[in-house]
Design a protein around this ligand. Sequence first.
Ligand code: ZN
Length: 458
Amino acid sequence: MSSTKAVAIVGLTAGLVASGAMVVGFASPWSDGVGAARGEARALATGGSWSLAPLSLGHPAAAATLATRLPASPAALAPALQRPPITFPIEVRTGDTLANLLQGAGVPRPQSHSAIAALRTVYDPRRIRPGQEVLVTFEATDDGTDPGLFVGFSLDVAFARRIAVSRAGEGFAADVVERDLERTLFRGQGTIRSSLFVDGDAAGVPVPVLIEIIRAYSWDVDFQRDIRDGDGFELVYERFTDENGKPVHAGQLVSAKLTLSGKRLAIYRFADKDGATDFFDDNGQSVRKALMRTPIDGARLSSRYGPRRHPILGYTKVHKGIDFAAPQGTPIYAAGNGTVHVAGRNGAYGNYVRIRHNESYSTAYGHLRGIAKGVRKGSRVVQGQVIGYVGTTGRSTGPHLHFEILVAERQVNPLKVKMPSGRKLEGAELERFHAEREVIERAYATLRAPTRLAVSGR
Ligand SMILES: [Zn+2]
């Protein structure tokens, strides 16, 4: 982002959010003090008595009761700012409305209504959520003992977007401020003792990044069976940090190396010349396979491929696909790019879709409650496109997806078949990939892992 923009935002912040020391306080040296301050800001909001001591960083004189105050006389409206305004962070609790939160903080009812009306022009105040923080700003009075005029409030409504409501003429006006967040690379590293999820989280890796890793590796790794105690992970991921260096948002996974039973699997994020982003291995081979083994989210594998006693027919029969139990209506994805070969009723399969992916591979989906719009014989589908919904049509005992992979028109075990690989980078793109990969490797070597305070007993 441009430095002009950063300057503009700093200017705005200084005007609105005021107490610079307070804001810096979040960054950490006084994290205990700030925690206490939040609790006390809350006490204020609920009408408790309030000492400003922990908040007095930079405003020692402001230590006084906030409960008595607000000279609403016209004279007080003159913005004779001799002292910087004072800002209080107030956390939204369950059941709070913005109006009762502001009034609880001492904002007179007409002013809170007017300020909320201004907010409403850009944001619906009913969308505030428990845990969100509202920064409420008052002027300091001349002697500094009382907070003065209500100046405005601000809140973060989305990643990198803050809305600031402040006085404008007789009333209030709202500004949408895009925050200037910085992308910072972090390193995560650890040994798996319990699961990638648990140990990654313990190493400080944000949960969205862990989910991304599991998705990226799911083509090659079965996270329930292939992970062993002692396996390792080394990661580079982004976080977005605010003007004080505080991480405020998880970014994307940049690269990962999993060492599973001594075998190392590395993946790197790379954007191709069309801007499509994917993960590639050391050789520039996409980790995404041409076909997904599990064309459905959050389902439980309920029946494997192979001989089984048929639940309805009662005799042993080879189950030529795998079943995923899932609630009615769960979306089913095309396992790969291809052409729809069959879409409609098909005997015991019920509502059925079959997709031809290439010369040798096809996939089939049975017992669908319904087939997605536009999916009919001859239509093209792309990997991940919703082609239908879980149901229990045909010969079926309950809602599930029956999924088959066919090689040369014959069903094979979807859990065992060697999947056709996805694309491989070539030529200039492969060279660019190798160059970027080098940069990531060097970054990993120089980044420090996030350090955590030792927790006793661990
Ligand atoms: Zn089945």
